[in-house]
Ligand binder design. Structure first.
Ligand SMILES: NC(=O)c1ccc[n+]([C@@H]2O[C@H](COP(=O)([O-])OP(=O)(O)OC[C@H]3O[C@@H](n4cnc5c(N)ncnc54)[C@H](O)[C@@H]3O)[C@@H](O)[C@H]2O)c1
Ligand SMILES: CC(C)(O)[C@@H](O)C(=O)O
Ligand SMILES: [Mg+2]
Ligand SMILES: [Mg+2]
Length: 347
């Protein structure tokens, strides 16, 4: 553990320096890690663990697109790729990486394979925290642990291949073997995390649902759409509106924020821009604060989970979801974006 000062608050975190890959391999040398589900997190975590030298198998339904994807990624049927039940039986650590709704459906099938001393691993606090809605209640004699990469499984894999890593949170809900902590940290390092920070299942799901509905995905699209509309309704071209709303942010300014923080990005823009940004950011904060507070309350009350579970259980949900994504893709703003992307130098 390293004690790091985060803006004046001291936190104990785990870095790859004090918990190197060698140590993680030693901790897990007798374990078979069964990854159940091969959607977005499944491939990222499974391939990183395999490349880091861990013993990994995949559990997936045969005759599915994801089975074919696993084969294409190099998993071998009968050797490292099995039906879900067979993988769950062989695994000593079960990484439950089906969609959160899929985890509810499969739970009665999976539970009998969670025998004494195994570890049940999640990448989200959803199933355990909202147990009244999910009915996911693990047996008392297994470890229940969590490593939640703070980003898409796609980025987890890409950053690993680039020699970098996404930060992850970790949590222990149940320590039945006395090994839960070393197991969870070794897995966190093994999946390719940058540094690991501690949380609990409830805090993980409350913050994660807030983040993705808020500034990471929902709010950002809302702000983009509002500014784009203002510019378009005042006679600006799609090219001008898109560049001034999205393209400049992703291509020029956010990489500067990622590198050295907001003030440094501001300092690399004109004094005119700095003056305006410093004058206006608090107005945007004040305008959106009530929406964020409403969002957090909805998450904490279990309403966001209920909505997600209920909608996911509708037979035509995938179809409806695809229609909504298509509407976003076909909006003028994102169609303009597609045109702008094609014009990027080097494309
Ligand atoms: N997507 C991400 O990058 C991301 C990031 C951090 C945490 N997580 C968490 O990781 C877990 C996995 O998420 P994901 O986005 O990779 O999942 P996903 O939506 O991509 O689904 C994963 C797999 O579950 C299968 N599946 C769904 N329902 C099923 C069912 N009823 N029976 C059998 N298989 C079923 C799908 O075919 C797919 O192979 C979730 O808890 C999620 O919240 C995801
Ligand atoms: C990648 C995200 C948004 O961080 C994750 O939380 C998810 O649910 O996919
Ligand atoms: Mg999430
Ligand atoms: Mg997340």
């Amino acid at each position: 553990m390293a004690t790091i000062n985060f803006g004046g608050v001291l936190e104990e975190v785990v870095t790859r320096e004090e918990f190197p890959m060698e140590k993680a391999r030693e901790v897990l040398k007798n374990e078979t890690i069964a990854i159940i589900g091969y959607g977005v997190q499944g491939p990222g975590q499974a391939l990183n663990l395999k490349d880091n030298g861990f013993n990994v198998i995949i559990g997936q339904r045969k005759n599915s697109k994801t089975w074919d994807k696993a084969v294409a990624d190099g998993w071998v049927p009968g050797e490292t790729l099995f039906e879900i039940e067979e993988a769950a039986q062989k695994g000593t650590i079960i990484q439950y990486l089906l969609s959160d709704a899929g985890q509810i459906t499969l739970w009665p099938t999976l539970k009998p394979f969670l025998t004494k001393g195994k570890a049940l691993y999640f990448s989200h606090g959803f199933g355990i925290t909202y147990k009244d809605q999910t009915n996911i209640i693990p047996p008392a004699d297994v470890d229940v642990i969590l490593v939640a990469p703070k980003g898409s499984g796609t980025s987890l894999r890409r950053l690993f291949l680039a020699g970098q890593g996404l930060n992850s949170s970790y949590a222990i809900f149940q320590d039945a073997t006395g090994r839960a902590k070393e197991r969870v940290i070794a897995l966190g390092i093994g999946v390719g995390s940058g540094y690991l920070f501690e949380t609990d299942f409830k805090k993980e799901v409350f913050s994660d649902l807030t983040g993705e509905r808020g500034s990471l995905m929902g709010a950002i699209q809302g702000i983009f759409a509002a500014q784009y509309q203002t510019l378009r309704s005042n006679g600006h071209s799609p090219s001008e509106a898109f560049n001034e709303t999205v393209e400049e942010l992703t291509q020029s300014l956010m990489p500067l924020v990622a590198e050295n923080g907001m003030d440094w990005m501001y300092a690399n823009c004109s004094t005119t821009a700095q003056r305006g940004a410093l004058d206006w950011w608090k107005k945007f904060k004040d305008a959106t604060q009530p929406v964020f507070d409403e969002l957090y309350a909805s998450v904490a009350a279990g309403k966001e989970a209920a909505r997600s579970i209920n909608l996911n259980s509708q037979a035509d949900y995938r179809e409806k979801l695809n229609a909504e994504l298509e509407e976003l893709r076909n909006s003028e703003m994102w169609q303009a974006g597609a045109a702008v992307r094609k014009l990027r130098p080097g494309k």
